[in-house]
Write a protein that binds this ligand. Structure first.
Ligand code: NAP
Length: 300
């Protein structure tokens, strides 16, 4: 197994797409899986979709869901809003950003102001321009991003935006956001271990971490002290089923992806591409069964 820790603090865990054998009425079923020992969440993937597409969902999809609903507390898809509710999604073509847009659309959250670059055409396929959604190109520089967001708000007759999902959380992203975000708005970021000092104190700041779906309600937290017993774990349990239903019914889809040749031996190539910023609206998928020396039976 290659040493994934060397990839840096943003990718501490190994999230694998595996075939989970579950003998039930003598059939073997395909599942999506997110694991952090000793626990894991699984849900059945739609057999009509590829398992490699399903593999793009568990980590980035749940990160998007936690950010939107647990952290920013935006309306859930089954309680969709009917009023304009502007949202900035910075890093819109990333897997996390793209799932955030898919979910925001299910919640009828618009206008979405999507910050993207090379993969603008992918983002176009997710947003709804008829509902005021816009793309702002980050490659034109910080000033252009800030004025682009302001112009997008103005175009929609809005003077302020109160919610931002920062799926980049570096390269000036949250600094740009904070130049337009309502001083009493909310931003969620995705990179742990940073101070985010430039975010004003009046703004509600939160860290979105996918691993929170494995954490029980802390008895010492305000919720725990108030007797609340269910939280992010149950949210994770429900959302994996929600994703599976969306795949089956066609209202949710995986991120564009590439299967890297060589199975686990291709991990280094994938990590190098990520480090060099080559990944543009693409998730790299590694099929364990493609690894030389691994028999298909032991990989399944
Ligand atoms: N906290 C957690 O639990 C958690 C979980 C998952 C991921 N993450 C973190 O979330 C981030 C996103 O992860 P991911 O897997 O979704 O990433 P990804 O798909 O690999 O992101 C690649 C995308 O980032 C976009 N991008 C790069 N620089 C940008 C900038 N300055 N402004 C706007 N977009 C930019 C690129 O856009 P273009 O191609 O359009 O130029 C590209 O499509 C990563 O930092 C990751 O470590 C955190």
């Amino acid at each position: 197994m290659p040493n994934m820790r060397s990839a840096g603090n943003t990718r501490r865990s190994i999230f694998l797409r595996r075939r989970v054998s579950k003998v039930r009425f003598t059939s073997i079923q395909q599942h999506m899986l997110l694991a952090r020992r000793p626990e894991c969440w699984t849900c059945k993937a739609d057999p009509r979709r590829t398992s490699t597409e399903a593999a793009t969902i568990p980590l980035a999809g749940i990160t998007a869901a936690i950010g939107l609903y647990q952290r920013l507390r935006l309306p859930l898809p089954w309680q969709a809003t009917t009023k304009p509710l502007p949202l900035i999604v910075y890093g819109a073509s990333s897997a996390v950003g793209s799932y955030a847009i898919q979910l925001a659309c299910l919640s009828n959250i618009h206008p979405i102001i999507a910050i993207a670059g090379r993969a603008a055409s992918h983002v176009e396929s997710l947003i709804d321009k008829n509902k005021g959604d816009t793309i702002v190109d980050y490659r034109k520089g910080d000033e252009a991003v800030v004025s682009g967001i302001k112009a997008a708000l103005k175009q929609n007759g809005l003077s302020t935006v109160e919610h931002a999902f920062d799926a980049v959380s570096e390269k000036g992203s949250y600094q740009n956001i904070c130049q337009v975000l309502d001083p009493h708005g909310a931003i969620t970021v995705v990179l742990p271990g940073k101070k985010y000092e430039e975010i004003p104190e009046t703004v509600t700041q939160s860290l979105t971490a996918c691993a929170s779906v494995f954490v029980d309600v802390d008895p010492q937290s305000p919720e725990g002290k108030a007797g609340v017993r269910t939280g992010s774990k149950e949210f994770g349990y429900l959302f994996y089923r929600f994703f599976a239903r969306g795949l089956q019914q066609g209202w949710f889809k995986g991120h564009p992806h590439e299967v890297v040749p060589g199975g686990l031996n291709g991990v280094e190539t994938g990590l190098r591409n990520l480090k060099e910023g080559k990944a543009s609206a693409v998730k790299y998928v590694f099929r364990i069964a493609d690894t030389s020396g691994v028999s298909r039976e032991s990989a399944l």
